[in-house]
Design a binder for this molecule. Structure first.
Ligand SMILES: CC(C)(COP(=O)(O)OP(=O)(O)OC[C@H]1O[C@@H](n2cnc3c(N)ncnc32)[C@H](O)[C@@H]1OP(=O)(O)O)[C@@H](O)C(=O)NCCC(=O)NCCS
Length: 413
């Protein structure tokens, strides 16, 4: 067992103890769903479909992909294996995994037209807008894009899992005026992504931490970007268009992006001693503390549980990282003690991920693309699952406008 696996195994033990019980092996999320759906703002509480891909229990702090607890996957699996699980609904055999890994490598390089387009974008382009554009160009270049069968879209999905990492790496390099780094066939998916982003081949520990971070973000229920991807795909558009839309949705600050704000806040706090005065001032001004609270989790987010000790490993790297981590720990203590039990506000996935990404060598603007590079597997898996028994999404709005207004000629209005 490697150092990271050991840390996660210990963390899982604490999580199981604190959440009283882990899901039983025969557990199926579906039987616990409410049968009656209600109309809520932002579709809150609405059930859009049945799914076997993943389950979140926000009260207990469970996150499950295809029946497997995320603690187990982070400890024992790889991004390749966990994304195969998400796309195919089962863990791969050794032969299936080898074939999947080979496909990811074979598909890894992107056409020159994509890189050329990224280079022509204005310098100040938002990295998520660049990512979205890169996928759009990929779609234009794929002669098989417009065949909406599960088989064809599965192949495109594997391509997208491979190529989103390459595009995100290229975006990271181009925005800093550095040479684009092509994928290295010797490296695994996560190590390759890190290499293409930073230009440096990561050591085993950093590659493993990158891998865990990607595993943790693969799927998270019917979130906005996943639903967006599914809605576009349900019109039998094409998987590239669907993923372009998913990236657009994730770009919004209410979805991806809170971890950037966390890092900003930690830097603003500046020193561990200033944490409590900063926190008190934020509470007094009724400001939200970034990286805390969640629409679904009212318990400690299991992803934050795993990322916290990985952030501690990053703290060993240098004094700057140590300072950020020490401030984060103090802030976590203050918020969890005062708002945890009282309001169900605990650290969410974004609180410690920013420290981990900084330690891995990413600039803050590239945090949300990391999310996309992982979530691509979940987006595609859920779009494919829905495609197998497709019905175009077509909800209704409750009309509350007038019914019989008079048409007033324009010069009389
Ligand atoms: C994620 C978020 C939108 C969830 O909001 P929500 O579901 O409306 O939150 P809740 O209804 O559970 O909030 C319950 C109470 O806790 C408070 N609260 C929630 N998150 C808080 C935070 N980050 N800091 C301080 N107080 C918070 C709410 O103001 C509310 O207080 P009240 O009872 O006095 O009205 C919200 O927690 C938030 O904006 N967090 C910060 C941004 C962030 O980290 N986003 C990433 C999410 S992965």
């Amino acid at each position: 067992m490697d150092q990271v696996a050991q840390i996660i195994a210990e963390t899982a033990k604490v999580a199981v103890k604190e959440t009283a019980d882990a899901p039983p092996p025969q557990f199926t999320g579906a039987v616990e769903w409410p049968v009656e759906a209600s109309l809520g703002k932002g579709l809150e509480g609405a059930i859009a479909c049945e799914s076997q891909i993943g389950y979140v229990d926000g009260t207990k702090g469970w996150l499950i992909y295809g029946g497997l607890n995320v603690f187990d996957l982070a400890e024992k699996s790889t991004y390749e294996e966990s994304s195969y699980l998400t796309l195919n609904g089962k863990l791969p055999t050794r032969a299936e995994l080898t074939e999947f890994e080979k496909k990811l490598k074979d598909y890894g390089a992107v056409p020159d037209e994509v890189i050329e387009t990224l280079k022509r974008l204005p310098k100040e382009t938002h990295p998520m807008a660049a990512l979205r554009t890169g996928v759009s160009v990929l779609g234009c270049l794929d002669p098989n894009a417009d065949e909406p069968t599960v088989e064809n879209e599965m192949e495109i999905s594997i391509k997208l899992v491979a190529q989103l990492a390459t595009i995100a790496g290229a975006v990271a390099r181009i925005r800093k005026g550095e040479d684009v780094v092509p994928p290295d066939l010797e490296l695994g998916h996560s190590a390759n992504y890190l290499y293409m982003s930073t230009g440096e081949k990561p050591d085993e520990l950093l590659a493993r931490i990158m891998d865990v971070a990607l595993i943790l973000h693969i799927d998270h229920g019917m979130n906005a970007s996943t639903f967006t991807t599914m809605v576009v795909n349900s019109s039998l558009s094409d998987m590239y268009s669907s993923v372009v839309a998913g990236i657009g949705s994730l770009k919004g600050p209410l979805h991806g992006g809170a971890n950037e704000r966390v890092l900003y806040d930690l830097n603003e706090i500046g020193t561990p001693d200033n944490t409590e005065p900063w926190y008190r001032a934020a509470r007094e001004q009724k400001r939200l503390i970034m990286g805390f609270g969640h629409r679904v989790y009212k318990a400690y987010d299991p992803r934050a549980r795993i990322l916290k000790p990985l952030a501690a490993l990053m703290a060993e790297k240098d004094p700057e990282m140590r300072k950020l981590y020490d401030i984060a720990i103090k802030l976590d203590d203050l918020v969890s003690t005062e708002l945890g039990e009282a309001k169900g506000v605990f650290p969410n996935v974004d609180f410690y991920s920013g420290i981990v990404y900084t330690g891995l060598g990413f600039e803050t603007a590239m945090f949300t693309p990391i999310f996309a590079v992982s979530r691509i597997a979940g987006w595609c898996a859920r779009a494919l699952e829905y495609l197998a028994d497709n019905r175009i999404f077509r909800p209704r709005a409750a009309y509350v406008g007038p019914m019989s207004a008079d048409y007033v000629p324009i010069d009389q209005r």
